[in-house]
Design a protein around this ligand. Structure first.
Ligand code: ZN
Length: 95
């Protein structure tokens, strides 16, 4: 689940041609997600993400969880819905 974004400031130092050190700051955009598998929060640099995936129409899985195993379990859930007879009295949360 996409939660939002925050900024991380990183300080760097460079040496000028006269030998004095100058500090400069770079701002990095960091995105915050909640794992759809284990529920934990994790962060990822915005430059590493496809901008299409910054919505809740996609699932987001953290680095500790197995994304492929999670995708397979979602396929099983979808198949259970497709195979359900029209006349069944079950609702989707009872599967
Ligand atoms: Zn996880």
């Amino acid at each position: 689940m996409y939660i939002g974004q925050e900024y991380a400031h990183q300080n760097y130092y460079r040496k000028s041609r006269y030998g004095t050190m100058h500090m400069y700051v770079r701002k990095k955009t960091v995105l915050i997600f909640q794992c759809d598998c284990c529920g934990g929060f994790f962060k990822r640099d915005k430059r590493d993400m496809d901008p299409k995936r910054l919505s809740n129409s996609y699932y987001h899985v953290c680095g500790n969880c197995d994304a492929k195993k999670f995708a397979q379990s979602k396929g099983v859930e979808a198949r259970m819905v497709w195979d359900m007879p029209v006349s069944s009295l079950k609702t989707l949360d009872q599967l």
